[in-house]
Design a protein around this ligand. Sequence first.
Ligand code: MV4
Length: 501
Amino acid sequence: MKHTIKSILIANRGEIAVRIIRACRELKIRTIAVFSDSDRTSPHVLLSDEAYHIGPSPSSHSYLNQDMIIAIAKKADVDAIHPGYGFLSENATFAQRVSNEGFIFIGPSAASIEAMGDKTAARKLMKEAGVPIVPGTIKPLTSLSDAHQVATNIGYPVLLKAAGGGGGKGMRIVEEDKDLQGSFKAAQNEARSAFGDDRVYIEKYIRAPKHIEIQIMADEHGNCAHLGERECSIQRRHQKIIEEAPSLAIDRRIRDEMGNAAIKAAKACNYVNAGTIEFLLDEKKNFYFLEMNTRVQVEHPVTELITGVDIVKEQIAIASGKPLSFKQKDIVANGHAIECRIYAEDPLNNFLPSIGTVKRLQAPSGPGIREDRGIQQGNEITVHYDPMVSKLIAWGRTRNEALGRMDRALNEYLIQGIITNIPACIHVIRHPRFIDGSYTTHFMSDDYNPEELRKSYDDELIAVAIAAAAMVHRQKKQPVLPLVKQNKISQWKYQYRMIDK
Ligand code: MV4
């Protein structure tokens, strides 16, 4: 079926709203942005064709306000709504409402979102479809004695998880039977407060796995293809920091197997549009379905850079009823891509969020560098939204070239007014376990050492002091003032000294 899309309301903010507007511009689609109090002068507002104020800064009163967003969609007479990621993107009720009101929801059906939103139901569906799942239950636990029995059967250590939602909330590792009772109660309480649903289930706990995910795209004509994997093991408290594609841990055979499993997963829930199937990969390279993300993801650019597919434009084409613009055989990985998420967080202070005004911003560019950003100089970083300010993505013919470009770009980046995690990103990409690809999801807690990072700041301050002393010395002898070559030091360190003062 063909459904013409001439205008799209973007029910989101920040870099993903900008990303969607860019796709629309290329497709000559009219863009309608929405914004809260604190986003009046944000790039997504300035870049859109029309922008509507939807309320005060807290998300619950703006970007999560379904009534308001639907009302604006009617007022602006749009054809479709793109939810981006986060906010309302995986809310089945919202997706259904959008389509009931006669708009196209640029994403999967409410039924697909719902099928994957309930984690035990999703496990059952995957098991039946022949997708490998982590050993464990496909039904929520009914009682503590049920939990004891299941855990003993699977064998410790086990992991208690919430059935009502993913992302690590309500998760409890249980090493031995005596700890089960306390952890079971704690997991139930956490699940209840996070999802309003205290159902908990059990999985075998996989130690130090890698997080590998497969990007899929499916159209309403029954075509479904995968775009290969992304490795997202570098994360902290379930917040991803660095992603790359391809993964060093995946060879062609595993990629084919995982890709086919991902396609099976998508077909099992009648999936249409872009989606991601998350897997855990253990030391023996067994992989297990974890969950499916029924939205475009933050890290989609790494896949775009190595496949050449514009995932957001493809999402819009799919929602317009068009068939996929490529076949599986057309997808060949070209080179390597790495993404660093730049957060307004202090890496020397336990990644405490850093709020304030972005006083100065000079972003890197040059060969192989892409930057997706939703803030500009003068904007305010508030407590109301995710602290991610930018995504820096590097492409190279080889991983080494991509890494070199990323390192260069991170050091070129200048942000003043807020503290960012740029130094931590540099530290990670220079770490031997990142370079050799042996890193796992435990990297940030076990291998990453903030004390070494602190030392690198100190070393740089000493180097700067020596350089300054040498300059004074030379000035005495030379009448001409020497040019302070800022590139002798990394821009981020310059930035940090400015803040320190
Ligand atoms: C696991 C696991 C080990 N064993 N399940 C974390 C978030 C949620 N999506 C599932 N998660 C995990 N599930 C079993 N059976 C380890 C994690 C996990 C993790 C997964 C992916 C990326 C980062 C992670 C960090 C810590 C734990």
